[in-house]
Design a protein. Sequence first.
Length: 173
Amino acid sequence: MKRRGFTLIEMMITVAIVGLVLPVLFGIIFSLVRLQVQVNQLQRLKETGDYVSNQILNTVRQEAISVANEECFDKVELGGSTTYLLFENKTDTTCFGYYVNDSKLYAVDEVGSKTLVGEDDTDFPVEISSDGLTMTEINDYLAKISFTIVTTPETSFLKPQSLSYQFYLYLRH
């Protein structure tokens, strides 16, 4: 009577092949998962950056008449920041603007300031890079804003992600 089944040699060869192939497969799968997490993180960072830039653009387009003069600097509290840009409101004589302090971007007016984006405003760590932020008045009706939004992941296998935004605000009067 002939027995059916695998011999010991066949089983050992199968285990050896599986032992060689599995680490390669796990490495590929881990790389794909890491890339997917990185892409997802960058997408969330882009959504945050787009929100910030759209918020600034829409507010300035709807409410500003010109880049602020010296009187506005006395009316708003800039939190000790040296990076700021202020505008005069077209409906009244109030001033509003934006400034960066402690890696957060603030919207400010004569009433007070609120955080536009910072680590507490998102469900992942995000900050505005103070090195990558410039707000420049070109003339009374044109301003340039550049900022870099950065996230440092909480996991060690991901690199920090950053996106830079740059746009010009032309104020129609």
